[in-house]
Each structure stands twice: as C-alpha cells, then as structure tokens.
Design a binder for this molecule. Structure first.
Ligand code: HEM
Length: 246
C-alpha cells in the first residue's frame, strides 16, 4: 500500500472549498508528523485531547451565549443552548473511552514526552471551571429575581414546572455532566497509570477527588435535600414498613 499517497491527502492542503473553508491545512497540521511519533498510539492520544479541547471551546462559547440569553429571559433559547452543551458534555465523556485502547506500556512511552504538563492547564477546562459562577449570577438576577423568588418556591411550594424550573434543571444537568466527565477521567487514569499513582507534577492522582466532589450550584442540590427532609418530616428519620397486602 502506498502509505505516503494517503498521508499526503490527509495534509488537507488542497484547494477544494471544503479544505479552504474549514482550514483543514492548519487543523491537520496540529498533530506530530508520523516520523516524530514515539509510537502509533501517540497520534490517538493527541487527537483525543485536541478534540476534547475543541468541545470545551464550543461549550464555553455556548455558555457565554446562554448567559446573555438568560439576562434577556429568552428561556426557550436558553434551554436549546443548554441542550447543545449537554450533548457536547456527553460526547466529551464518551470519547475518553478511545484512550482505553492504549496499552499501559504505550502510554508510558508517550508520558515521557509530556514534560510536567497537567490537564488542569487545559484552557478550555480552566474557563469551564470559572463560567458557572457567572451563570449562577445571571440565574439569580433573572429567575430568582435577585432573591425575591426562592428555589424552594420554584421546586416545591409554588412548583409549576415553569421556565425558572426548567433553567434550574438545565444548570443542574450541566453540573452533573461535568462530574460524570471527572469520574470517567479518574477511571481512565486508574486504567492507564494505576491507582495511587503520582501525576507528572509529582502529586497523588487522588487530589482530583476534591474536584470530583465539587458542585458548581450547591443550592440546586440542597433544595432537593431540604424537600426530602420536609416531606419526610411526617414519618421522622425512618419509615415504617408498608401494611401487608389484604
Ligand atoms: C491516558 C489518559 C490520561 C491520563 C493518564 C491522565 C492523567 C491525568 C492526571 C494524572 C491528572 C492530574 C494532574 C495534576 O497533578 O495536576 C489529570 C488531570 C486532568 N486531565 Fe487528564 N489524563 C488523561 C487524559 C485526559 C484527557 C483525554 C483529557 C481531556 C480533556 C484530560 C483532561 C484532564 C483535566 C481537565 C484534568 C484536571 C481535572 C480536574 O482538576 O478535575 N485528561 N489527568
């Protein structure tokens, strides 16, 4: 097989409109040349990380749009954009599995080339860690009317499944999907470098556990816990068994 023939096409430097519009020449030059790869899996390792970075770029830009739509209380648009974010988050989580096709030894070879880099330095991830605070400020201002409406009213005493409820649930979904990514990523670490391993910064990978417990919108989780306590007040801490069938 003429490998070089195919690799030349994959440079994407032709003059077809598709190649021009999508800037495939630059996009496909973002990976190492085949002769510079330490092993074939390194191409996969780079591509998965780069694709994840692109999804995070899209998610972050969409969240910025969402905050503007929230401020104008265009809730249908907010929900459509949150749906897009959720799909991208699910894709991010799902595609980590591609890395599970890499043997621990192939990864050790790649790892020697990574300096002391850490995923915590990812531009997309750094932005995604910061944006939720801004989103919450918008939600609080518009849907909680600067505190005149409470989550308790939206979720329980005045529950009407209105737009405030739907947007709150979309925020909770974002929080949940973010946690799912962090859990899947931790499993990937265990699979690649083992449990109790040290990161390239010399830190135990278990430091990622605190992030895994992080909630961007703790109030959205607390409102459910408070409801469970309130609704459960009639039976106290522990409920009696149901009466036997007649
Ligand atoms: C074999 C695959 C991978 C391994 C072994 C791995 C390993 C690690 C380790 C050890 C850390 C902690 C580093 C530190 O001390 O700061 C880390 C953090 C991180 N990695 Fe990965 N990683 C892998 C793949 C990926 C991929 C594909 C992404 C794509 C986005 C990614 C994103 C991140 C992020 C965002 C963090 C910070 C996580 C947080 O603070 O919760 N990693 N990774």
């Amino acid at each position: 097989m003429d490998r070089q023939y195919y690799l030349d096409i994959l440079r994407g430097n032709g003059q077809l409109d598709y190649e021009i519009y999508l800037n495939t020449e630059n996009l496909l030059a973002c990976q190492k040349e085949p002769e510079d790869l330490c092993n074939p899996d390194e191409l996969m390792f780079m591509i998965v990380h780069q694709v994840e970075e692109l999804w995070m770029k899209l998610i972050a830009n969409t969240l910025l749009d969402i905050s503007e739509e929230m401020l104008a209380r265009r809730s249908y648009k907010v929900l459509t954009l949150f749906r897009r974010v959720e799909i991208c988050q699910r894709l991010m989580d799902k595609q980590l599995i591609v890395l599970e096709t890499m043997s621990p030894k192939d990864y050790q070879e790649i790892r020697l080339l990574l300096g002391n880099g850490s995923g915590q330095e990812s531009p997309g991830f750094r932005v995604l860690l910061k944006l939720p605070a801004d989103l919450w400020a918008c939600f609080h201002k518009i849907y909680l009317e600067d505190g005149k409406t409470t989550l308790e009213q939206i979720y329980d005493s005045q529950y009407s499944h209105d737009d405030a409820y739907m947007v709150a649930e979309a925020l909770a979904e974002f929080d949940e999907q973010f946690q799912k990514f962090r859990h899947s990523h931790m499993q990937l670490i265990y699979r690649s470098i083992g449990v109790d391993a040290k990161s390239l910064k010399g830190r135990p990978v278990e430091i990622l556990r605190s992030g895994m417990a992080q909630k961007f919108f703790p109030d959205l989780w607390q409102v459910r816990a408070d409801m469970t306590d309130r609704w459960g007040a009639s039976y106290g801490k522990k409920r009696q068994k149901l009466p036997p069938k007649p």
